[in-house]
Design a protein around this ligand. Structure first.
Ligand SMILES: CC(C)(COP(=O)(O)OP(=O)(O)OC[C@H]1O[C@@H](n2cnc3c(N)ncnc32)[C@H](O)[C@@H]1OP(=O)(O)O)[C@@H](O)C(=O)NCCC(=O)NCCS
Length: 176
């Protein structure tokens, strides 16, 4: 069973080796962090009052990470950012379960009514997870990210309303 717990600074060291190239970093966090990642920068990015990072725990092992940014309880909205599962643990349903619990927390505990996110249009596995949770595509921004002088990436905007949230857990595959 996957649990979500607020991330602590002492966890950041575990997260850093999960990103092994600049391309992977941009796919995960766009230009919000520099490559290679350093702990100070990561820590600073999570200090904003409207941002909260979660780790996914499977028994005693950290197996995922994601954060909420721009949490606005007055408007009932937040943005999911920087969803990450280590390479060797992908395809086991960890992202789905971690995000299912985070969305449940946002809707039930924080009283939010809408969550949004951005995802690069080529990121099929991430898009599949988001759609399974009930997110719908709401727009597309062309050449939103400049990777380098010869490559730009299009990004899809997705949104989830509380009434569309798929909150049932799905049977886990290999995690037990
Ligand atoms: C995107 C990411 C978080 C998904 O994590 P995960 O734990 O592997 O996700 P899940 O196992 O819950 O679900 C992945 C789904 O995509 C499917 N999938 C995997 N590769 C795929 C591909 N190339 N095309 C289509 N679907 C794919 C899996 O089969 C699974 O679907 P299923 O449960 O119906 O079988 C992970 O791949 C990752 O960390 N990527 C790098 C960082 C990143 O891109 N983050 C997203 C930023 S928006």
């Amino acid at each position: 069973m996957i649990d979500i717990v607020k991330i602590a600074e002492s966890d950041f060291e575990k997260l850093i080796p999960w990103i092994d190239s600049e391309r992977e970093l941009r796919q995960w966090a766009a230009h919000s962090l520099s490559y290679p990642i350093n702990i100070e920068e990561l820590s600073k990015s999570l200090k904003a009052a409207d941002t909260v990072g979660f780790k996914a725990m499977w028994h005693d092992k950290m197996v995922g990470y994601a954060d909420f940014a721009r949490v606005n309880r007055k408007n009932g909205t937040a943005t999911i950012c920087r969803v990450l599962v280590p390479k060797e643990m992908r395809g086991m349903g960890i992202a789905f379960e971690m995000l299912r619990k985070m969305c449940s927390f946002a809707f039930e505990e924080l009283g939010l009514r809408r969550i949004d996110l951005l995802v690069f249009d080529f990121n099929d596995s991430a898009i599949k997870v988001y759609k399974k949770l009930g997110f719908q595509q709401e727009g597309k921004m062309r050449e939103w990210l400049q990777l380098d002088e010869s490559e730009n990436w299009d990004v899809i905007q997705m949104g989830l309303l509380k009434r569309d949230f798929v909150c049932e857990p799905k049977p886990s595959k290999d995690l037990g």
